[in-house]
Write a protein that binds this ligand. Structure first.
Ligand code: ADP
Length: 673
């Protein structure tokens, strides 16, 4: 529904709303482009973000300056903000063309939660509701209108737009316009009429995936005029890539899922029957899973998708039908139980993990059997050209899955991008190589020479290398993290290990770290073992080196999850003896030294769920996990402190602040009793 709420920080009055659609030079006065300080202020007060992500500010400026834009940014990069912020700041209507109905509702829910006048019109609404929303558009009460392409070009809708004179068309998922893309939608082709119908309206194309050919196609189809192109990196630093052999896949999968209790994830399978079967098995094993595929009735699909969005179902086992428009930001893992047909598809599907930038996993199970299944289907394709293209795409997928070099590097190379800097949590290959470096390095296969992809043999590729046994290091990892925390995250690993092992060095005594509860709790291991574990934990992203402090390490978000006992630590660690099996009952008393107050975090989560249910929206529309964690850590007691939490803008502080502040106060009161 269009919100009647006041718009914060809108520089123009409602009278200006109908004046959109003009370009600089057309004689109409364009509003002055806001200064950087004004943009930042609106970003914080309305959206709750403390700064722009790479490219966002330039894109916002280009749109405000009346340019066509072409924005290629990875999933989770923050494309929506690039047109939402200008929509708020400039006069006139912004029309967002979006392919999926569920996606529109979600976006509008979020914008309304921020206090922005947005609405959508689609077939899920009855005629009365549609007329009332269209009337709101005609009256200039709406700043952002979401609509599907097939409706946009209906004659009556075009009449409405002609009177509203939209200032900007944002074409979301723009790759759907191209037959060369992996999600071609014929109805998107109709959008090629927009330029002719609305010559004065600027157009922006937004997509997360586009090879060179698809890009060219989008520009031509939409008749973009001197569009400013913004191409963000395809790199998703918060995603960890891993390929596993498909032997005992189900057992591997369940063991993994048990380490991700309470997290949301998608498991992709090839067939509808495969999704039903796997979801049923997971449920029988006590996991919260449902199947999703195109064979389900529309209502059933919607209901399952909603349950996932609202965290009532944790795992969706799906065919490729579950995809476009799933923009739940806190998906923590995407597992491919079967091999995808192309690397582009894999990038897109795995990319649904971690839109909120938090550490997330992408796991692919590989077997030659799956390759054979794909080959069988390729052979059935009618045209030799189609067969050739599909075979080439499959080959690249297989090369990637069986490659022995860095998976991130190889994935980016597919999109013609070079990886400059590897993140700490990169992929299984980098992780394994780093952990095994110095020990039995001869067992590691040499990285492939450049160009080896093209020369790959056509023999059935071997399953990916799994150099070492995975070890459950949860308890020692908790000890180590706890010691890093207790010593104030100001020291290097060598020193932390000294404390763990009970050193009587002058430095330890001088800092009085022999008085800490973690002092000496790691004595039964050698220093070398602890260092090896610490290195593996740095590689896996549980710890990171502080940028400006020589050697000092700090605990990452992922490490905090371990301390809070939400995540188990399974590592391939060369040089970590298994002589002392870790046991759940043997947790040292101090491992609970949790930086963010875990009980408070859970209380805030419960409150968020209640508020979300009351409002009929998914929990993440109320607030993201990251904001709740920050709250649990900072424990604000006043509205002004709450506003400083990233993710809390003015509207949310006013709307939700009292409830969250009360919950925090209650928690602090109970603790002090
Ligand atoms: P995309 O459409 O590119 O996949 P979204 O627009 O859905 O990405 O944004 C992904 C997430 O990033 C959302 O949760 C959004 O709130 C968040 N986000 C966007 N811009 C910023 C920013 N400048 N600072 C912090 N978070 C942001």
């Amino acid at each position: 529904m269009a919100s009647g709420a006041e718009q914060p920080a809108r520089p123009t009055g409602d009278a200006a709303v109908r004046g959109g659609g003009a370009r600089p030079g057309d004689g109409a006065a364009e509003p002055a482009v806001p200064t950087d300080a004004q943009l930042l202020a609106t970003l914080k007060t309305t959206f709750g973000h403390v700064g722009f992500r790479p490219q966002q500010q330039d894109i916002v400026r280009a749109i405000l300056a009346g340019q066509d834009v072409f924005v290629l940014m990875p999933t989770g990069g923050g494309k929506s903000l690039c047109y939402q912020l200008p929509a708020l700041l400039r006069p006139g209507l912004t029309v967002v063309v979006s392919p999926l109905i569920a996606h529109m509702k979600d976006q509008v829910d979020r914008l309304e939660a921020l206090g922005l006048p947005a609405t959508y019109v689609n077939s899920s609404l009855d005629a009365v509701e549609i007329s009332s929303r269209q009337a709101a558009v005609a009256l200039g009460r709406v700043k952002l209108l979401y609509v599907a392409p097939e409706r946009l070009v209906l004659p009556r809708f075009l009449d409405l737009l002609a009177s509203a004179r939209p200032a900007f068309f944002a074409i979301d998922e723009a790759h759907c316009i191209s037959e060369w893309g992996h999600d071609f939608r014929p109805e998107y082709r109709e959008l090629s009429r927009l330029r002719e119908l609305f010559p004065a309206t600027r157009i922006g194309a937004f997509t997360a995936t586009a090879t060179r050919r698809v890009r060219a196609d989008i520009e031509t189809q939409l008749a973009l005029e001197q569009a400013l192109t913004f191409q963000g990196s395809f790199n998703r630093p918060n995603l960890h890539y891993e390929v596993r052999g498909k032997k005992r896949a189900y057992q591997q999968l369940v063991a993994y899922l048990r380490t991700r209790r309470g997290a949301s994830g998608i498991i992709y399978c090839h067939t509808r029957a495969g999704t039903e079967e796997l979801a049923a098995k997971l449920r029988a094993d006590g996991l919260s899973a449902v199947a999703y595929h195109a064979g389900l009735e529309g209502d059933e699909r919607r209901q399952r998708q909603d349950a996932f969005a609202r965290d009532e179902t944790r795992i969706v086992v799906a065919t490729i039908a579950f995809g476009l428009g799933i923009d739940k930001p806190d998906i923590r893992f995407v597992v491919h139980y079967d091999l995808p047909a192309s690397l582009e598809r894999y990038y897109q599907e795995s990319g649904r993990a971690g839109r909120d930038g938090q550490p997330s996993d992408c796991i692919l199970f590989y077997s030659y059997g799956d390759v054979a299944v794909h080959k069988h289907f390729i052979a059935q394709k009618p045209s030799p050209t189609e067969q050739r293209v599909a075979a080439w795409q499959l080959r690249r997928m297989v090369d990637w899955a069986t490659g022995t070099g860095c998976r991130r590097r190889a994935l980016l190379a597919y999109f013609d991008e070079r990886l400059d800097r590897q993140p700490e949590r990169c992929c299984d290959v980098c992780h394994t190589s780093a952990a095994a470096a110095g020990a039995a390095s001869a067992e590691q296969p040499a990285p492939r020479p450049a160009g080896a992809d093209e020369q790959a043999s056509h023999a059935p590729p071997a399953p990916p290398a799994t150099a070492r046994e995975v070890i459950d290091c949860t308890i020692p990892a908790q000890m180590l993290l706890s010691c890093v925390w207790r010593t104030g995250q100001r020291f290097g690993i060598v020193y932390v290990v000294d404390v763990l092992c009970g050193s009587r060095s002058q430095r330890v005594l001088q800092w009085a770290h022999d008085k800490l509860p973690t002092y000496g709790i790691g004595r039964e291991r050698t220093r070398e073992e602890w260092r090896v574990l610490a290195d593996a934990m740095l590689d896996a992203g549980y710890l990171r080196r502080k940028p400006d402090e020589f050697n000092a390490v700090e605990i990452t978000e992922r490490g905090r999850a371990v301390l809070a006992r939400r995540e188990d630590v399974l590592l391939r660690v060369a040089g970590w003896g298994t002589r002392q099996p870790t046991s759940r009952t043997a947790r040292p008393a101090d491992v609970n030294a949790n930086p963010a107050d875990d009980a408070l975090f859970e209380a805030l989560r419960a409150l968020r769920k209640r508020l979300a249910d009351e409002r009929g929206v998914p929990a993440y529309v109320v607030l993201h996990d990251a904001a709740l964690r920050e709250m649990a850590s900072a424990r604000p007691t006043q509205a002004a402190e709450l506003r400083r939490i990233p993710g809390v803008g003015e509207r949310k502080a006013d709307d939700l602040g009292p409830a969250f502040l009360a919950a925090i106060a209650e928690h602090l009161r109970q603790r002090s009793e």
